[in-house]
Design a protein around this ligand. Structure first.
Ligand code: ATP
Ligand code: MN
Ligand code: MN
Length: 306
């Protein structure tokens, strides 16, 4: 963790070894952030983002023409893919098509070179595909929901996860909502983790139907918060902590302290203000995340009689 001090470009940022073609290409026009600017951002946050993007299957939101151009959500390798991007095989996928992972900063730079403006990892690693090490509860406020209500929703999710013995951490999405993250010791498999998170979301909606919904029916969301548990399903993803968003403002998904939530908004942190934030932080609010991991203890299924 860096001590507070003047906000400067990291003097000892590692030298870039991946060639950037068209470094001046504009990705976020309003902010004037270029491909090279994005590379500088990721070089700066590398020590922070690494645990969330290294060694996991990744989906990428690629936007070769910047945030106002064409975009595609890419889950598989493509022809001519940069050699610093690792190709990994989903043990359950029959097709030969490789999936994408990175192992180091060069890999992250190769994602920048590939115009990946958002990085969306799985909640499990390529070392253990079937047993997630992360739960992400995605709070999606419908139209007209106040920020205080989103915070209250996140705290409610936090309490329910605590009741299951899990520690929780929170980040802004860089979009509209919050992501509540619980680190797991890999043990329960995807179906068990999905069932658990569905149960949590359904219970919140049943206990306070005026505030929460757990199904994605759009019409039901006005004035309510969708507790989107479906990030916790095999093959699904959530945006990585510190990933940029292909949205106006060049927002990023930022880990925050629980006590900090009422001072920020979902799109408060950006490519531009993140270096200052990291330099000024006395303590990383997610410092203990991995150490706080616990196994999800799944109750044995009820035996059918007869
Ligand atoms: P917000 O706060 O605005 O909701 P978010 O990142 O949580 O931001 P969601 O719309 O809730 O955005 O999306 C949740 C997740 O769904 C994304 O983080 C991403 O991993 C995944 N996702 C997004 N687009 C696609 C897509 N086209 N196909 C499959 N999964 C997607
Ligand atoms: Mn969301
Ligand atoms: Mn969602």
């Amino acid at each position: 963790v860096r001590e507070s001090g003047p906000a400067k470009k990291t003097p000892n940022a590692p030298k870039r070894r991946v060639a950037l073609t068209h470094p001046d290409r504009i990705y976020w026009p309003d902010e004037g952030i270029t491909k090279e600017g994005l590379a500088d951002y990721y070089a700066e946050v590398w020590p922070k983002i690494a645990p969330f993007v290294v060694g996991r299957p990744l989906a990428l939101l690629r936007c070769p023409g910047g945030i106002n151009g064409q975009r595609f959500f890419q889950k598989h390798a493509w022809n001519g893919i940069n050699k610093h991007i690792a190709l990994v095989k989903d043990p359950k996928e029959k097709a030969e098509e490789a999936m994408i992972a990175i192992n180091d900063l060069d890999g992250l730079m190769a994602l920048v070179q590939s115009a990946a403006l958002e990085i969306h990892p799985w909640g499990s690693t390529v070392a253990d595909w079937e047993r997630p090490d992360t739960i992400t509860m995605d709070l999606d406020p419908g139209e007209g929901v106040a920020w205080d209500a989103v915070i209250a929703g996140a705290q409610e999710v936090r309490q329910r996860l605590a009741d299951a013995g899990l520690a929780t951490f929170v980040k802004t999405s860089g979009g509209k909502g919050l992501h509540v993250v619980a680190p797991l010791t890999p043990k329960a498999d995807w179906p068990a983790v999905k069932a658990f998170t569905k149960g949590l979301a359904d219970a919140m909606a049943a206990d306070a139907p005026e505030a929460y919904v757990s199904t994605i029916t759009k019409s039901k969301r006005k004035g309510r918060i969708l507790i989107d548990y479906l990030r916790n399903q095999r093959g699904m993803t959530a945006v990585a902590a510190y990933s940029t968003r292909a949205r106006p403002g060049a927002t990023v998904s930022m880990p925050v302290a629980w006590e900090e939530l009422d001072q920020v908004g979902p799109g408060y942190f950006t490519v531009e203000n993140t270096p200052n934030r990291l330099a000024a932080l006395a303590r990383d609010p997610w410092e203990d995340l991995r150490a706080a991991a616990r196994p999800l203890e799944v109750k044995a299924p009820k035996r059918q009689k007869g």
